[in-house]
Design a protein around this ligand. Structure first.
Ligand SMILES: Cc1cc2nc3c(=O)[nH]c(=O)nc-3n(C[C@H](O)[C@H](O)[C@H](O)COP(=O)(O)O)c2cc1C
Length: 136
């Protein structure tokens, strides 16, 4: 496991969207934006699935994923393994959060599942000599 620092967590919360990358068993990549994201703890991220299709199909074949986020020239890449929860307390909390988000936005939103990422590696993305350096 790898742990996010306070700064990494702060930026993760601040950015409106992150890029969620998966691949199928043939190695065909798929990267999509997601905004319904939360930090569970320093080594765990939650993404709510409302509209994921290829992403979900890929995860079912290959649970290794990457999440990239940045602001200006500061950015991080989280790599790890995901599981999907479609029942239980964490899913119920996610469903409630997304329903409320939809109500605020003025259109219905429904979570199909909570995608839970256990972070195994963290890389820095800032351009320059340290670009791509493993941070944790
Ligand atoms: C700014 C933005 C934020 C998004 N946030 C989410 C999200 O939090 N959850 C979700 O399921 N889809 C979200 N989407 C939609 C998916 O990215 C989109 O439906 C994508 O086509 C799914 O692709 P896939 O079939 O390759 O998985 C968002 C899209 C945009 C443009």
């Amino acid at each position: 496991m790898a742990e996010m620092t306070e700064r990494m967590k702060e930026l993760f919360k601040k950015v409106p969207t992150v890029v969620f990358a998966t691949a199928d068993l043939d190695g065909i990549p798929n990267a999509v934006p997601v905004g319904a994201k939360r930090i569970v703890d320093s080594e765990t991220i939650l993404i709510s699935d409302q509209f994921l299709n290829k992403t979900l199909a890929n995860i079912k074949q290959n649970s290794k994923v990457a999440i990239t986020y940045w602001e200006g020239h500061e950015g991080y890449q989280l790599k790890g393994t995901v599981t999907i929860e479609t029942s239980g307390q964490r899913f119920e909390d996610t469903a409630k959060w997304i329903e409320e988000l939809g109500n605020k936005a003025g259109f219905p939103l429904k979570s199909k599942g909570a995608v839970i990422l256990k972070i195994e590696e963290i890389y820095g993305l800032a351009p320059g000599p340290g670009a791509g350096k493993k941070l944790a």
